[in-house]
Design a protein around this ligand. Sequence first.
Ligand code: GLP
Length: 256
Amino acid sequence: MLVEIFPDYETLSERAYEIVATLIRRKPNCVLGFATGSTPLGLYRRLVEGYRRGELDFSKVVTFNLDEYVGLPPSHPQSYHHFMWENLFQHININPSNVHLPNGMVDDIEVHCDWYEEQIRRAGGIDLQILGIGPNGHLAFNEPGSSLGSRTRIKTLSQATRRANARFFGSEEAVPRHAITMGIGTIMEARRLLLLASGRAKARAVRAMLEGPISAMVSATIVQLHRYAHVLLDAEAASELAYNHHDGISEPFDVH
Ligand code: GLP
């Protein structure tokens, strides 16, 4: 694992941009896994700026998002579909047919989830999966207790997650009860993981992820088993770590 700690959110986002931009330049038809939430917004803003400056071409990039709420149409302002178009896709030259998100409105969720997995396989797998982490240590919507071998499926959201996401919906009651999410097994098949965490509210989850035992109760701990997991933290998110992950010099050759 490579853990890098930055003084603040902006420097963390800058580093995330460097990593993603380098991949897009080296492999213009790369397959990127995108995440929602506030954490990757600094990265997405920089990707838009990079495109506008003419540094990045997304025309061959293929994308897969981690998750989507069940019952929200793509046009709903809180759907992850809407979030991605609003914050990234509509501002860059991505080919809409290369964009994949689970659809929370389908009749047969099981068939849809199998289809989603098949699309990832057909695209050749995900080159780089961007991840956030929930305050309870979840990845995507793999809530505590999720099988560490799980695939894309429907999950019931925990009360903690519905509470954490209530800020976007106005009230906890308005947060959907279910989501479709890539499984932990699906995420682990990505060739590289890039996990971003910022702010004190994530410090306990970050400690559990990096220093705790691997457990289905904290799905993010699975990154310890990934061959190419790269974790970017700001100082607040790193504030509860016991081991000083940064006392050596993090260089790409240390990786993983
Ligand atoms: C949601 C998403 C996760 C995300 C998490 C943290 O639960 N499903 O993918 O990592 O929120 O969001 P934020 O970055 O806003 O803290």
